[in-house]
Write a protein that binds this ligand. Structure first.
Ligand code: ACO
Length: 433
């Protein structure tokens, strides 16, 4: 990865200088290796929000934000969305290659064998208020898996890591579906391993013991697609959180619980829920111009939720795919005139032509549409981010596993510029002014 090229940095006013090697990946811009900058120059680098910093090397996901490209292990998201299925994508993300038929079968059996939760975990739910947010329940229950599966906690053992990966991918749908059942006061529905991953989730979420649940294949396909689109997204906030937690040697269940907490925020995975809230607040197409003026007012903290992305400065390729799926689902469900969708379309049209958004390269991201499609599929708004967490678990686990297998791995520990008070002596309370 390190080539012959380098950049020489000389510290003004001193005789200190260093040569920083330039590193190249398979795709994407080159990066300077700054690891010896402190030793050679006695300075750190400053990059709040890490906008210019590569925190690791990775073989899993590639994004070109200017061109709107997203690749999982080299495969374009458009092709995976069209031709693959979620469990195959899970195999790909975890193992690096698409499975042959026998490998796919074995993997599916491996995952689906772990879909049940330890029965004692049922009682764990009773400790939550009924109105607890599903993400709060998920943080708690996923973290609690560490207390139930002691036999796969050795992070240095490849077999333990493999089993934990299966357990996490298999159990998060059950945990999320049960968070919903608990909230609405319905009996928990146990997983069914004869169904596909997406179908099993829909079944656990929607079915009730009193009647048969009829699976709608269009909705099952849409669910599978939504899961594929959200499966991984390289070093975003929640993935970096998982890696940072994992870098300390923390067990994988604790690390994924940390990732869920990070995903929850409205700037990240919480945006799909926030989009729906925003549309409800706007209320009517006629209020769109006034709302956009609010968003553009710098004294205001309002944002156009579902717009903008740290990396995509052209378009989010996932948004294009999900926009089409959104129309398919609404057609299937016979939703011809959905006022929320009309409002979203109008908002999108106006924003895409508005100088403020054009100048800042702000385009709709995946969350602009995912909330609308999930609402049409019968999910309450509070479940949107939990569904994102279900889909992203495989990405988190793959990134955690890659890090644990990386011989260069060290504890993550950023530095800072200290701007607080200089050293001073303690003043007894009686002598303070
Ligand atoms: N609405 C209005 N203005 C925006 C928006 C928005 N959604 N997003 C960015 N801007 C403005 C900023 O205020 C800033 O303006 P300025 O240059 O006048 O100061 C400019 O665009 C650049 O934005 P940054 O804040 O530098 O962008 P950053 O990369 O830090 O933030 C983020 C990216 C957090 C996604 C932001 O665009 C945002 O908050 N969007 C809304 C929330 C959202 O949809 N999040 C989902 C992201 S996708 C995902 O996690 C799956």
């Amino acid at each position: 990865m390190s080539g012959k090229r380098s950049v020489t940095v000389t510290l003004d006013g001193s005789n200190k200088s260093t040569s920083l090697p330039l590193m190249s990946g398979t795709l994407g811009p080159d990066v300077f290796d700054i690891r010896k900058i402190y030793n050679d120059l006695g300075v750190f680098t400053f990059d709040p929000g890490y906008g210019s910093t590569a925190s690791c090397d990775s073989r899993i996901t590639f994004i070109d934000g200017d061109e709107g490209i997203l690749l999982y292990r080299g495969y374009p998201i458009e092709q995976l969305a069209e031709q693959s299925n979620f469990l195959e994508v899970c195999y790909l993300l975890l193992n690096g290659e698409l499975p042959n038929a026998a490998e796919a079968k074995e993997f599916e059996l491996g995952v689906m064998r772990h879909t049940m939760l330890h029965e004692q975990l049922r009682t764990f739910y009773n400790g939550f208020r009924r109105d607890a947010h599903p993400m709060a329940v998920m943080c708690g229950v996923v973290g609690a898996l560490s207390a139930f599966y002691h036999d796969s906690l050795d992070v240095h053992d490849p077999e333990s890591r493999r089993i934990s990966a299966f357990r996490l991918i298999a159990k998060v749908p059950t945990i999320a579906a049960w968070a919903h059942k608990y909230a609405v006061g319905q009996p928990f529905i146990y997983p069914r391993n004869d169904l596909s991953y997406a179908e099993n989730f829909l079944h656990m979420f929607h079915a009730v013991p009193a009647e048969d649940y009829k699976m709608n294949p269009v909705l099952a396909k849409a669910m599978d697609l939504i899961m594929i689109l959200h499966a991984d997204h390289e070093q975003n906030a929640s993935t970096s959180t998982v890696r940072l937690a994992g870098s300390t040697g923390a067990n994988p269940f604790a690390c994924i619980a940390a990732g869920i907490a990070s995903l929850w925020g409205p700037s990240h995975g919480g945006a799909n829920e926030a989009v729906l809230k925003m549309l409800a607040d706007i209320g009517h197409v006629k209020n769109v111009p006034a709302f956009l003026e609010d968003v553009k007012d710098r004294n205001n903290h309002a944002k156009l939720m579902g717009f903008g992305h740290r990396v995509y400065k052209n378009y989010d390729p996932r948004a294009k795919i999900i926009q089409k799926a959104c129309h398919d689902v609404l057609n299937e469900l016979g939703i011809k005139d959905d006022p929320l969708l009309d409002l979203a379309m109008e908002l999108e049209k106006i924003a895409l032509n508005d100088k403020y958004f054009v100048d800042r390269k702000l385009y709709p991201n995946v969350d602009f549409y995912s909330g609308i499609i999930l609402k049409a599929m019968g999910f309450p708004t509070s479940m949107f981010t939990a569904l994102f967490a279900v889909s992203r678990t495989v990405g988190w686990v793959s990134q955690w596993k890659e890090m644990m297998e990386d011989p260069q791995q060290r504890i993550g520990r950023p530095r800072q510029i200290y701007i607080g008070a200089p050293r001073r002596d303690y003043v007894p309370a009686s002598k303070r002014g």
